[in-house]
Design a protein. Structure first.
Length: 157
């Protein structure tokens, strides 16, 4: 019996934010409030996610975070396919470097590569939100995993 309880605790602990499968945040994160020159460093296993109260955890670094600096923000134009929970898109292929849905192409920020290792590039559903802190970036929220990453719009196919 103790082994069964221990196993159940292990399964729940490893699930992380997966409790939110199917949950879609009503809105994106608020702008981060941080001191200039200071950034929040994430541990490699600290996946950004949205909690049950709609808080975007892991999005505290603010607009001066060098991990999300782009020399040419919006180099491929701006995404115009729709934002938020009324626009759920099914991934149709690709990888973290370049993925697509409905003729729109995106790439994951290199700093966020470790956080997409469980994404299913040909079937997961994502919702796109505007990033209030990092110019040129959007946030792609994976509805199956309850996690999100920074993505750059790469244009239409």
């Amino acid at each position: 019996m103790r082994a069964a309880v221990g196993f159940a605790v292990l399964i729940i602990a490893c699930a992380g934010p997966a409790w939110s499968e199917g949950h879609i945040p009503l809105h994106g994160p608020s702008p981060a409030i941080v001191e200039h020159g200071r950034s929040h460093e994430r541990a490699p296993n600290e996946r950004p996610y949205v909690d049950e109260r709609g808080r975007w955890l892991g999005h505290e670094s603010g607009r001066f975070d060098p991990h999300y600096h782009l020399d040419h923000p919006w180099a491929h134009g701006r995404f115009a396919g729709g934002f938020g929970p009324s626009h759920v898109f099914r991934l149709r292929g690709g990888s973290r470097e370049r993925f697509w849905f409905d003729g729109f192409f995106f790439g994951v920020a290199a700093y966020d590569y470790p956080f997409v290792d469980g994404w299913l590039w040909d079937s997961d559903q994502v919702v796109i939100y505007e990033d209030p802190d990092h110019e040129g970036w959007y946030l792609a929220y994976n509805t199956r995993l309850g996690t999100y990453v920074h993505v750059e719009y790469l244009g239409r196919g």
